[in-house]
Design a protein around this ligand. Structure first.
Ligand SMILES: [Fe+2]
Length: 187
């Protein structure tokens, strides 16, 4: 797990002290990624690395546009020279596309290519099953909590409202693929 270890150390150095809740959340997202590992084959390590680093865009050293998915991906690309696939998964995780549209940042997100849609589904599942403080949570409840936390005037509220059907579809796809893959392993 070289890549995952590297990403873990990087995320820990950026988040653990200044943003302990965000770090607790990131660790849960990482553990959720590990639960998918048996069905992901070679991509398991890439997903684990993306999971632990997905929110580094909140770290002071990374904040630029204020859209944390873009800021995190740019930090990975420009500051630490990460694998473009890792940057892509971080750039597109969860409601990124909808937030970028709301914020007029579609061009900034367009700096990244969507290389691994299945892994974006997977990281979205991991993110939405992890609460802001690192507990396991139901994805529908998690989205309701986000909407409540931000309120109707906030860009995140509008983005998540618009994204909600697709985000739940991603969760469903991940669960289906995981179940099918586990069944195939048993046969
Ligand atoms: Fe997250």
């Amino acid at each position: 797990m070289q890549l995952a270890k590297w990403a873990h150390d990087l995320a820990e150095s950026l988040l653990a002290e200044p943003l302990p809740q965000r770090w607790a959340h990131s660790q849960r997202v990482y553990f959720q990624a590990l639960t998918l590992a048996p069905t992901l084959g070679e991509d398991a390590e890439l997903l684990a690395a993306a999971a632990i680093a997905h929110d580094i865009g909140y770290a002071e050293a990374a904040v630029d546009t204020g859209q944390h998915m873009i800021d995190g991906a740019r930090y990975l690309r420009d500051v630490v020279g990460a694998d473009p696939r890792l940057c892509s998964i971080v750039a597109f995780h969860t409601s990124s596309s909808w937030e970028a549209s709301e914020l007029g940042l579609a061009d900034a997100l367009g700096e990244f290519e969507l290389t691994d849609p299945e892994l974006v589904d997977a990281i979205t599942y991991c993110d939405l099953t992890s609460s802001p403080v690192g507990d396991l949570v139901d994805p529908a409840e998690r989205l309701s909590e986000v909407l409540e936390r931000y309120g109707p005037e906030h860009v995140v509220f509008r983005a998540v409202s618009a994204a909600r059907p697709e985000l739940m579809a991603r969760v469903a796809r991940v669960r289906r693929r995981h179940a099918e893959s586990m069944v195939a392993k048993l046969n």
